[in-house]
Structure formats: C-alpha cells, structure tokens
Design a protein around this ligand. Structure first.
Ligand SMILES: Cc1cc2nc3c(=O)[nH]c(=O)nc-3n(C[C@H](O)[C@H](O)[C@H](O)COP(=O)(O)OP(=O)(O)OC[C@H]3O[C@@H](n4cnc5c(N)ncnc54)[C@H](O)[C@@H]3O)c2cc1C
Length: 390
C-alpha cells in the first residue's frame, strides 16, 4: 500500500492530523493497535484550551463540541480552608476553556474519518517503521493476520508515550529530558452532577485533590496518591471519604454518586528532542509528557499536529520544506512552556514528603500570592487557557 502520510496511532493527535490533512486534500492511512471500542472509552483528559477548541470547530470536527462542550470562565484554588477564584477570561483577554472529554473528541474524529471512507485500521500488530532517512519511509505491520508494508512520503509518529516511533530514532540523535514525581493521581469518574460550577484545585495537608467534570451529569475527581497505589485498598467509600476531607469546606459538601471508573495515573515530565528524524515526525505524547495538573497533554498533542498539518500542506503545495524543517523547534517552544507550567502547578499543589514543612510553607505563600496579585493570577490564567504566542 502507498500513501502520502502514514500515521501511527489513532489517539487525539493521529486522528486530528488525519482530519486536518484530509481538509487540504492530503492522503493518509491511520494504523492503530487497539480496537475502536477501546480508544473511544479510554478516560483521560477533558479540558480544551480556547484555541484548541477553535481548531476543532474550524476544521469541521467540532459540531458536537460546540453543542455539548461546557465553557468555563474561571477555576478555583482552595487552600487553608478557603476557595479563591481565578477569573480566566478577565485575566486572559476573554479566552476561556471548554470542558469536553477526550473520549468525545476521539469519538467525533473516528466518526468523521469513517464517514470519509478513508483508511483507519484498528487492531494492527507488529508495527515498525523503517527507511526514515530515505524519501520512501515505510511502516510495516500485520492486519487480519497478513504482513503489510505501507510506503509513505512521511510518517507521523502519533503513537503515544509507549509507542514504537520514538524508540526508532537512533539514540545518538535523540536527547531525552525527564523528571519523575513520587506521587500520582487516583481518579474516579462518577455518575453525579458536579458539586461546583468550576474546577476546584485543592491544596491540603493530606495531599492534593481536584474536582472536575466531564458533563452536567458526570463528575471527574482525583486525589493525590502514591504512584504505585494499590486500588484494592481504595473501595469507593474510602475514595469519597478522602475527597470529602480534602475538598470539604464549611457549609459545602461534595455530592457523591456511583463510581463508573477508577484508576491510578503516575506522573512524569518528559521531552524528547528533536521531534523529527528524517521523514519521521513525532507528535503528542510520543514526544512529550506533562503531569496532568496543568491540563496540557491533550492540548499540546493537538497543537503539534496543527503545526505539522500546516507544514505538510505548504510542502505539498509549494515544494518548500521550510516549515517542515522548523517543525521541531516550533513545537518545542510551546512544549517547554507547558512543561514549566505543569511542573509549577504540580509543585504548588501537591504534598512532597521530601520538601517537609518548609515546602508546605512555600506552597501556601505561593498560593496566597497567586490569588492576591493581579500579575501572578494573570500568569496562571494565560498559561491555563493557552498562550497565543510562546
Ligand atoms: C491515564 C491518563 C490520564 C490523563 N489525564 C489527563 C488529564 O486529565 N488532562 C490532560 O490534559 N491530559 C491527560 N492525560 C494526557 C492526555 O490524555 C494525552 O496527552 C493525550 O492522550 C495525548 O494524545 P496522543 O494522541 O498524543 O497520544 P495517545 O492518546 O496516547 O494516543 C496514542 C495512540 O497510539 C496507539 N498506539 C500505541 N502504540 C502503537 C503502535 N505500536 N502501533 C499503532 N498504534 C499504537 C495507542 O493505542 C493510542 O491510541 C492523561 C493521560 C493518561 C495516560
């Protein structure tokens, strides 16, 4: 088989890239090793930056997002028994965030792709990429038991952190930067209306908690835990009890409901440079990971593929490689801004044993500063909704 762009991975990055390319008449084949059902029900992110929601709408992939996405104008920071509102839209020139689950983004994009009749192959196996430094890179894979070779002009490695594309880049070329955290998030999805109109990021001596949502009927809640926390030790009652303690305030209680999903996510900051090797372009989690506190992972992935689709469009239209050559540096500027912001939010809000009481006092001081200084609050707000320029 032959195509212009071979896309490995049908997560948000791969699916969005395929759609953006289709809009400008560029062919692609998407190869995904999981099933359709699996990728459409993998509960992950849910906060879209202003510009990313606009990207999907402008590309014709945002009809349901426009109808069902919930626009938020602010977030709340809770510490020392009080909540403080950060008005995102007032501080960031009217920009907002849109609450719309990653599962829904993926469902919309899969449906659009299948409507076009263009290739999106699920449950492929033994995927590998080869001849990356040639003008005819190839993806090898097995589908329905048959070994296949896909010849491409370029390959987009959108196969997430554990994919095969990044490890195909020689170690002499790739530089990796990473930071591990000694905590993770225990998250639940619960069938109960969110108890607050906006997200609440809570600093607590027992550890961080987050009140978030996926829809008017679905709450998404997290508590800081160990990265290897055993879920067997966390029956639903204990999760709710801990959430009540960490999010509780005088005169306010968290509404509880049936737990639909429960999982532990480890935390990591990671960047691979460069994001291109020959004719292989990495995008999204394949190239970088952030802790989820800044709600940046999904947004960065979609930003990468927007830059890549523009660059490929220019190349096919004019023959100029200038934008392709600039791809890695252009993406990495935004990636490193998001890395810093996500690390900063994480450090401000989580209990880290190694930092002791000194660290706790610094966090409270920082939280007071962010909620009382216009300059500090503006910095948080403009990073949270997504900077226009980096
Ligand atoms: C448990 C969890 C919770 C998260 N929560 C949040 C959050 O609250 N907020 C936030 O902003 N971000 C969150 N993130 C991060 C966010 O979900 C990711 O940044 C986002 O999914 C990145 O999209 P992607 O398309 O780059 O990668 P992915 O979504 O990982 O998609 C990669 C795709 O490639 C496929 N694939 C992998 N290997 C191969 C292969 N060899 N061949 C073919 N296909 C392959 C995978 O099955 C997958 O479908 C979370 C991530 C995880 C893991």
């Amino acid at each position: 088989m032959r195509t212009q762009v071979g896309i490995v991975g049908a997560g948000p990055a791969g699916l969005t890239l395929a759609h953006l390319l289709h809009v400008v008449g560029i062919e692609s084949v998407i190869l995904e090793h999981r099933s359709r059902d699996y990728i459409e029900h993998r509960v992950r992110a849910g906060v879209l930056e202003h510009a990313i929601a606009e990207l999907l709408v402008d590309a014709g992939a945002g009809d349901r997002l426009r109808r069902e996405g919930i626009v938020h104008h602010g977030i709340e920071l809770q510490f020392a028994g009080e909540r403080h509102r950060i008005s995102l839209s007032e501080l960031a020139d009217g920009r907002t965030i849109v609450i719309y689950g990653q599962t829904e983004v993926v469902k919309d994009l899969v449906a659009l792709r299948l409507d076009t009749g263009l290739p999106l192959l699920f449950e492929v196996s033994d995927v590998s990429v080869d001849a990356l430094e040639s003008e005819r890179p190839v993806v090898r894979y097995r589908h329905d038991g048959e070994a296949q070779v896909l010849e491409c002009d370029v390959i987009a490695g959108c196969d997430g952190f554990h994919g095969i594309c990044r490890p195909s880049i020689p170690t002499s070329v790739l530089r990796e930067f990473s930071r591990e955290y000694d905590f993770g998030w225990l998250g639940i999805l619960a069938a109960v209306a969110p108890s607050n109109d906006e997200l609440v990021y809570a600093h607590h001596e027992r550890g961080f908690a987050l009140l978030s949502l996926r829809s008017p009927e679905l709450s998404r809640l997290y508590i800081q835990c160990r990265p290897d926390e055993d879920l067997d030790g966390w029956p639903d009652e204990r999760v709710w009890e801990e959430l009540q303690i960490r999010l509780g305030l005088d005169g306010w209680t968290l509404a509880e409901g049936r737990v639909l999903e429960k999982g532990v996510t480890g935390m990591r900051s990671y960047v691979a440079e460069p994001m291109r090797h020959g004719r292989l372009f990495l995008a999204g989690d394949a190239a970088h990971i952030v802790p989820p506190t800044g709600a940046k992972g999904l947004n960065l992935a979609l930003h990468d593929v927007q830059v890549l689709a523009d660059a490929l469009g220019a190349w096919y239209r004019t023959g100029s490689q200038a934008l392709l050559d600039a791809y890695s540096a252009e993406c990495l500027r935004r990636v490193w801004r998001a890395e810093h912001f996500s690390w900063w939010m994480t450090s401000m809000l989580h209990r880290a044993d190694a930092d002791g009481d000194f660290g706790l006092r610094l966090q409270l001081s920082q939280l007071r500063y962010v909620t009382t200084s216009h300059a500090a609050a503006t910095s948080l707000a403009e990073n949270y909704v997504g900077l226009e320029r980096v």
